[in-house]
Design a protein around this ligand. Sequence first.
Ligand SMILES: N[C@@H](CCC(=O)N[C@@H](CS)C(=O)NCC(=O)O)C(=O)O
Length: 218
Amino acid sequence: MAAEGYRLVIGNKNTSSWSLRPWLALKQAGIDFTEVRINLRATDAKEQILAHSPAGKVPVLWSGDLMIWDSLAILEYVAERHPDKALWPSDVRARAVARSVSAEMHSGFQPLREHCPMKILSQDPKPEHPDAVVANIRRIVELWMDSRKRFGGDGPFLFSRFSIADAMFAPVASRFRTYVADLGAFGDDGTAAAYVDTILSLPAIEEWIRGARAEVAG
Ligand SMILES: N[C@@H](CCC(=O)N[C@@H](CS)C(=O)NCC(=O)O)C(=O)O
């Protein structure tokens, strides 16, 4: 597929949670792409993004001359173009649930996103969270435990092997590491904490974190 060439336009690695999702899926699948970074703090950041997408948001994927915007649309496109990479589970029931949890992440958890923005380089455990954030954390812990129990099989991921669902939740694993001292206080039986470790110790995530450090060091 490298023939056409992919260019993935992303924001700052410390904070751009939506950028991390397709970046991680491409890395995990071993698909080549060129990274185009935009410093979202730059005064002309909006113009730079608009030069790629009239939607004015990153991530954006260029596939040759085709522009795809929005994280989930990019992930779907990549999954369709590379069926051999099995970015969705092959079993129809697992795939339906993987799509459900991914869509729930894409359209929900506003309080968590607002109060606990991704800062992948920071440690800032909160002694308390607002009720709406607590409800979000509990729901995600429940989702992860349910997916792992029903579809986790022998693998360490939500649906056994790495899928788009894991890409969608990777920034949440980062937020939990930053802000949540003990997932057990939110109903976790250990599954969610282990899943956070799995995601954050992926070599691709370590690479992303190195990139974030380099950006912050400027
Ligand atoms: N629903 C979009 C959300 C994208 C989004 O909010 N991106 C943020 C960065 S993480 C952005 O582009 N912010 C810059 C701006 O709004 O000017 C997606 O899934 O891709």
